[in-house]
Design a protein around this ligand. Structure first.
Ligand code: PHE
Ligand code: NA
Length: 500
């Protein structure tokens, strides 16, 4: 059986950029940067990009290209059973992410339609929580199905799985060739409009104003590393899977640099657009930018609708642009997350790709219905918090230790990458992977464990968002344990007959 392949180099790059550029670039980066020193954050951010982000991206691209398999199969070929489980762990974390990431895209899709007549009205907050999400149960309870979410959610899965059914070249590559350029154009229009709004300069000043005293604060560095991992989609099996479809003669290091810089470029653009718009909003309300700045669900679905309401003209049009951008950025990331388990299941169980799409994607889609119930937001919030806080650092740390220190593959991978790449890997790459990254991530894990596990379970009130112990245990610890145990179980069986 011939392995699927990308049709063109640009196709692969667009798909990798499509995976990297997601909701995180638009609603996470601007706020993380703002909170952690503004303009001064660029120093730890660039440091994290160059010492961890791009080196690991190169490592993952090389692993996929050399071993030509899904993440579990690539790790199996690199180190047998003692490494295979790690691939599954990443795949399973990706599986969990896909179940809630899809739901946020569904909201964005629904809000694209709401934009036409500014259906959210003046009180955008109560519109989101009461009217749209019908959030009237306690955290940890599910309540009834919210049809306004479920219907677009079904559409999100139909589109994503439909694209994956068409395969790598005819499905994923073509979708990214259309979605990514469209996204860039739509987003550029928004940014140009935003920076020409009254008060934009106030927002941009707030965003870029460097607070150098923050740079000595370790938590700023931790934030930079954490963000880079999530933003580049590394450590979740994704980039290994995508690069396993590269033709034999492909430039690896150059592609990694292009992907990394394109993602950061988009992020910076989003920061400019978002803060220009926030500056406008603050000026309209005569409040400091600090009072309107926010991230995540609040920024996208509460504050942005308010900003759109205040636009001096073409309000609905800009609303559509914004939510369509979120939808496109999200869909291309969701495809990449879903492809990790489609590839893993196909190879492990020797089933056809189509069967893996229907079974794996179908299961994820079914589980995602949980997030389309009346208490869904709390589940989503909790899952997202734990994945961002622990998942990224934990999987990334184990991954570099495995590849560099246990399997001792740095020289092999270096030789492999240098064979087909313009930019040759040297000592800097090995030092970053072998020392800088493990030290920073190890420090991060240690701090997080101390903060979250030891102090958190003292009493119910110390938990994230004040959620109860039972709920926090369910969402955080149980999900993490499930991913790890299931990962080990998956690695017990034999590989499908064409793969080993
Ligand atoms: N990189 C994506 C973003 O910035 C998020 C993502 C994380 C996608 C993990 C896939 C896997 O939004
Ligand atoms: Na990103």
């Amino acid at each position: 059986m011939n392995r699927q392949q990308w049709g063109t180099r640009a196709g692969f790059i667009l798909a990798a950029v499509g995976s990297a550029v997601g909701l995180g670039n638009i609603w996470r980066f601007p706020y993380v940067a703002y909170e952690n020193g503004g303009g001064a954050f660029l120093i730890p951010y660039l440091f994290a990009l160059l010492t961890a982000g791009i080196p690991i991206l190169i490592m993952e691209f090389t692993l996929g290209h050399k071993y030509r398999g899904s993440a579990p199969l690539s790790f199996f070929r690199a180190g047998g059973k003692r490494a295979e489980w790690l691939g599954w762990w990443g795949v399973l974390v990706a599986f969990v992410i896909s179940t809630y990431y899809a739901v946020i895209i569904a909201w964005a899709m629904r809000y694209t339609l709401f934009s036409f007549n500014l259906a959210w009205g003046d009180d955008t907050e109560s519109f989101l929580f009461a009217d749209f999400l019908k959030l009237d149960v306690a955290p940890g309870e599910t309540g009834g199905i919210v049809w306004g979410v479920l219907i677009p959610l079904i559409l999100v899965w139909v589109i994503t799985l439909g694209i994956l059914l068409k395969g790598v070249k005819k499905g994923i590559e073509i979708a990214n060739r259309i979605f990514i350029p469209t996204l860039v154009i739509l987003f550029l229009i928004i940014v140009v409009r935003a920076v020409t709004l009254e008060g934009a300069a106030t927002g941009l000043n707030a965003f870029f104003e460097p607070n150098f005293s923050e740079i000595m604060n370790p938590s700023v560095w931790v934030a930079a590393y954490g963000h880079i991992f999530f933003s580049l989609s590394i450590a979740f099996a994704i980039m290994i899977t995508y690069s396993s479809y590269l033709p034999k003669k492909s430039d690896i290091t150059n592609n990694a640099f292009i992907t990394g810089f394109a993602n950061s470029g988009f992020e910076l653009l989003a920061g400019i657009g978002v803060f220009a718009a926030l500056g406008f909003m603050a000026t309209q309300l005569s409040v400091p930018v600090d009072e309107v700045a926010s991230a995540g669900v609040g920024l996208a679905f509460v504050v942005f609708p308010q900003i759109i309401n205040q636009f001096p003209g073409f309000n609905g049009f800009f609303g559509v642009l914004f939510f369509l951008s979120l939808t496109l950025a999200g869909l291309t990331s969701l495809m990449s997350i879903t492809e990790t388990y489609v590839a893993g299941v196909t190879e492990k169980f020797g089933v056809t790709r189509n069967k893996a799409v229907i079974l794996g994607g179908g299961l994820a889609a079914t589980i995602s219905i949980l997030f389309a119930t009346q208490g869904g937001l709390f589940f989503l919030d909790l899952a997202d918090y734990y994945i961002n806080q622990f998942g990224v650092a934990a999987v990334g740390l184990v991954e570099v230790i495995m590849v560099v220190w246990i399997l001792r593959k740095t020289n092999t991978l270096q030789t492999h990458a240098n064979l087909t790449s313009d930019i040759h890997l040297g000592g800097w790459w090995k030092i970053c992977l072998g020392f800088v990254t493990p030290v920073v991530l190890g420090y991060m894990m240690f701090g997080l464990l101390k903060l979250n596990i030891l102090q958190q379970f003292d009493n119910d009130t110390g938990n994230y968002e004040g959620y109860s112990n039972a709920f926090t245990l369910f969402g955080g610890v149980a999900v993490a344990a499930f991913a790890l145990i299931a990962g080990i179980l998956f690695s017990i069986g034999k590989w499908g007959k064409n793969y080993s």
